[in-house]
Design a binder for this molecule. Structure first.
Ligand SMILES: Cc1cc2nc3c(=O)[nH]c(=O)nc-3n(C[C@H](O)[C@H](O)[C@H](O)COP(=O)(O)O)c2cc1C
Length: 182
């Protein structure tokens, strides 16, 4: 398990993003497991909008970087906000690029998905859509436990950790059962 590579993707570009905080919590658990999560930062990558006209030519550098980072990883951790009952546009755009350009870079990968929102429903609707998209891309996602964290403004301590111990334990269980199944 020591050389399992994990790529982390946050579906929000916002400075102070709660979903980035949640991704960081996953990163801490992953490092405690003796693994390393490498973040694929969509803000830094600044991907162009998917355009099928660009596919036949040489892919944009940012797209090549995105696809390489994910292809080198065995597993992907996605933490995304829910936008209008779906996933964020930037995440959908990244997934569209990953699925195309000569190769589905996500084919046969395993993924952990999670999300948090200031609202009361914890990204449940967005995550259902994310599961459907990942099924199309032949990505394996465990059905449970599901990490959907409501009331994000009060969910994190000043050090960035999850305040609720049960939620933190559930996240640990999800990461362990996905990345280190025994
Ligand atoms: C365009 C847009 C649509 C949103 N739609 C939803 C929604 O459907 N459900 C929800 O719980 N929150 C919704 N929100 C609120 C986000 O959950 C909130 O802005 C959250 O902080 C975004 O995640 P972040 O902190 O990681 O950036 C929406 C926000 C935006 C900007």
């Amino acid at each position: 398990m020591g050389n399992l590579k994990v790529a982390g993707i946050c579906g929000s570009l916002r400075g102070g993003s709660y979903n980035k905080k949640l991704l960081n919590c996953a990163g801490v658990i992953i490092s405690e497991m003796g693994l390393e999560m490498v973040e694929v930062d969509l803000k830094v990558l600044n991907l162009p909008l998917f355009d099928a006209d660009l596919e036949g030519k040489e892919l944009p550098e940012s797209v090549k970087k995105l696809k390489k980072s994910v292809e080198e990883a065995h597993a992907v951790i996605i933490s995304s906000p829910e936008y209008n009952y779906s996933i964020s546009g930037v995440l959908k755009n990244a997934l569209d690029w990953l699925s195309r350009g000569g190769k589905n870079s996500l084919n046969s990968k395993i993924a952990v998905i999670m999300g948090t929102t200031p609202g009361p429903f914890g990204t449940v609707r967005g995550q259902n859509q994310l599961r459907q998209i990942l099924a199309c891309l032949n990505v394996i996602v465990l059905p449970q436990p599901q990490i959907m964290i409501p009331f994000a403004e009060t969910a994190f301590s000043a050090d960035g950790s999850l305040k609720d111990e049960k939620t933190a334990l559930m996240l640990k269980r999800l990461l362990q059962s996905t990345l280190d199944p025994k």
